[in-house]
Design a protein around this ligand. Structure first.
Ligand SMILES: NC(=O)c1ccc[n+]([C@@H]2O[C@H](COP(=O)([O-])OP(=O)(O)OC[C@H]3O[C@@H](n4cnc5c(N)ncnc54)[C@H](OP(=O)(O)O)[C@@H]3O)[C@@H](O)[C@H]2O)c1
Length: 289
């Protein structure tokens, strides 16, 4: 099978390639490989030339606070151009060759105000509260209108053992190692997701020829404060430097985050994925380092 992936050089895409090759052959479409997804003609020609069996669309402007700063630019903002216009280009290119598209989306399309402790399901209604979430949700709407087979895979707080871009887990681990103070928000919840499980989830979805929306996330809902404590315990670091802080203080002058970023992964589990708990993900990473 040949998958053309956009953004395969990124935090998540590069691990998908590492884990699923050579069983799956990947071609990358990113600026590093010479194509900008906002360039309609370039994307169309590249996809036609490579003629993959499936398009996996990860490329995005992923800087949440950076996106918020350009919100007033609306459709002229970089985040809109990449996340919405870029997604239109990728969808059109998939339609032109008559192949399916899998779009990687985010928990940030929800407002986090759901009272349910079991988390948002695929049927719940999105309501983004920051500009990044807004552009990713617009991307979902574009994908849903595709005149070709489509799948939306929502992921959340991804982490892995290594990569040049530091995810939240490795950012906390570095601070624990250097003894710097860590401010852990103790009144908001996230769903940390081990990136190797995302790769496995994608493999399962491809094998099942699955369509529709899936929440491919970890099995633990946890506050960032407890995240830091758990990392300290697993990696045997001193917990003294971890201080609780409220989201309203921590996120001052930054983009709003959903209060309860909790996604329900039952639908993915039914397909056979065993998403790691946060503790299990950390233990696996410890083995990989
Ligand atoms: N990281 C998270 O916390 C998180 C959480 C939930 C969902 N997601 C979603 O997961 C996906 C992957 O995220 P990630 O963290 O792996 O991203 P990342 O590390 O920031 O990488 C972004 C990728 O997109 C490519 N890209 C960016 N702008 C592009 C453009 N104009 N044209 C072509 N390629 C472009 C980049 O390559 P070049 O720079 O070479 O172009 C890179 O390969 C995204 O769709 C994101 O919304 C991420």
């Amino acid at each position: 099978m040949h998958i053309l992936g956009t953004g395969l050089t990124g935090l998540i895409g590069s691990r998908i390639v590492e884990l699923l090759s050579p069983e799956i052959i990947f071609t990358d479409l990113s600026r590093s490989s010479g194509i900008d997804i906002t360039d309609t003609i370039a994307v169309e020609n590249f996809v036609k030339e490579k003629n993959p069996d499936l398009i996996l669309h990860l490329a995005a402007m992923t800087n949440v606070d950076g996106a918020e700063k350009e919100k007033d630019l609306g459709e002229e903002s970089e985040s809109w151009k990449v996340n919405v216009k870029g997604t239109k280009n990728v969808v059109n290119a998939a339609e032109n060759i008559g192949k399916g598209i899998m779009y990687i989306s985010t928990d940030f399309i929800f407002d986090g105000e759901s009272p349910q402790d079991t988390g948002y399901t695929e049927e719940d209604t999105p309501n983004p509260i920051n500009w990044y979430g807004e552009t990713k949700y617009e991307g979902e709407l574009v994908v849903k209108q595709a005149r070709t087979q489509w799948t939306i895979i929502r992921i959340s707080s991804p982490y892995r053992a290594t990569h040049e871009k530091k995810d939240f887990m490795r950012a906390i681990l570095s601070r624990l190692e250097s003894g710097e103070e860590i401010q852990g928000v103790d009144d908001r919840w996230i769903t940390p997701t081990y990136i190797d499980d995302i790769a496995e989830g994608i493999k399962i979805l491809v094998q099942n020829d699955a369509t529709g929306i899936y929440h491919c996330v970890g099995s633990t809902f946890i506050t960032p404060y407890d995240v830091a404590k758990e990392i300290a315990r697993v990696f045997e670091k001193e917990e003294m430097s971890i201080k609780p802080v409220s989201a309203s203080v921590f996120l001052q002058n930054r983009a709003k985050r959903p209060f309860k970023s909790i996604l329900n992964n039952a639908k993915m589990k039914k397909l056979g994925l065993h998403p790691s708990t946060f503790r299990e993900g950390l233990e696996k990473i410890k083995q990989q380092l």
